[in-house]
Design a protein around this ligand. Structure first.
Ligand code: NAD
Length: 312
């Protein structure tokens, strides 16, 4: 099994590191456009192999897509990260050209690859991949809700003072600060609804902290976060290559599900060998559906920029 990660920056390298530690592939190609950068990161990671005891062979390459040939999964992290004060939307013009070019190059050498899009603005980059590549929809997965759901559970665990692994909960909708929807009503602590364990004020704060979770870290770090985004990307790769059929919130093509069409948006899906396999239909109440529709409107407005740029 061969996996490619494009972009050897903070998120891509962390994703590759997690993939190698979990031995999800025999061969892992790390590709970047910056001369020598991926090579350096790959050698550094390979020098941890005897310390960590993994067998995955990581190879770094500068823009040489022939080396990625035959990859089962390709994770796209190439693009600019969000700077403090910059919205994901502002990134669109720059990252759209990068993501489209990268995805086309990947498919030239790995026509059967499942594509995981991480580059921001992720919902729009996923839609761009869906519209421009002509692949079956199940092979295009946007990673955003997987991370946002992990952040939601982190903030819930702090509020409940509990082990975050005892929590279930997810965030649907867009990946932007104002477009994501933490589904508090469905979150549980070992089957107990969190709505029975925390007061409304605390629940509202958890949801608000989750929604600005990325921006909070960007403010603290001076650039966007990488440990959790990289781990979230690797968790999706793991569910694909091991055919785990785990439930994650992913950005996928909607054709009427959750009341939306012609858009890629975060919903709970089963992830397995074929990419995303099934959308799970959690019944939304009126206000959740209204938030979801509002989120779709905001993402659709960003997607319109792609048409203006003649990219779709
Ligand atoms: N979806 C999410 O949940 C999520 C979370 C965090 C970050 N992100 C996004 O992921 C992307 C990467 O973030 P980062 O912090 O790793 O940034 P980074 O700057 O550390 O890394 C980006 C890398 O992409 C490379 N690159 C640029 N153009 C390229 C091309 N055409 N081909 C190959 N490589 C190219 C750069 O040289 C750089 O090494 C950003 O768009 C960021 O906003 C998304």
């Amino acid at each position: 099994m061969k996996i490619t990660v494009v972009g050897a920056g903070a998120v891509g390298a962390t994703c590759a590191d997690n993939i190698a530690r979990k031995e999800l592939a025999e061969e892992l190609i790390l590709l970047d456009i910056k001369e020598g950068f991926a090579e350096g990161k790959a050698i550094d990671m390979m020098q941890t192999a005897t310390l960590l005891g993994f067998d995955t062979k990581i190879k770094g390459v500068t823009n040489d897509y022939s080396q990625t040939a035959g990859s089962a999964v390709a994770v796209i992290t190439s693009g600019l990260p969000r700077k403090p004060g910059m919205t994901r939307e502002e990134l669109i013009g720059i990252n759209a050209g990068i993501v489209k070019g990268v995805a086309e190059n990947i498919l030239k050498y790995s026509p059967d690859a499942i594509i995981i899009v991480i580059s921001n603005p992720m919902d729009t980059m996923t839609y761009l991949a869906l519209k421009s590549l002509g692949l079956p929809k199940n092979r295009i997965i946007g990673m955003g809700g997987t991370l946002d759901s992990a952040r939601f559970k982190y903030y819930l665990s702090v509020a409940l003072n509990c082990n975050s692994n005892d929590l279930q909960g997810f965030v649907i909708g867009g990946h932007g600060d104002t477009t994501m929807i933490p589904l508090t009503r469905y979150a549980t602590y070992q089957s107990l609804p969190v709505t029975e364990l925390l007061d409304q004020e605390t629940l509202d704060k958890v949801a608000a902290d989750t929604m600005v979770g990325g921006a909070t870290l960007t403010g603290l770090l001076g650039t966007s976060a990488w440990y959790a985004p990289g781990a979230a990307g690797a968790a999706l790769v793991e569910s694909i290559v091991r055919d785990e059929k785990k439930l994650f919130t992913c950005c996928v093509s909607l054709e009427g599900e959750y009341g939306q069409s012609d858009i890629c948006l975060g919903v709970p899906v089963i992830v397995g060998r074929n990419g995303w396999e099934t959308i799970i239909d959690y019944k939304l109440n009126e206000s959740e559906q209204a938030s979801f529709n509002k989120s779709a409107d905001a993402v659709r407005a960003m997607n319109a920029v792609l048409a203006e740029m003649k990219l779709v």
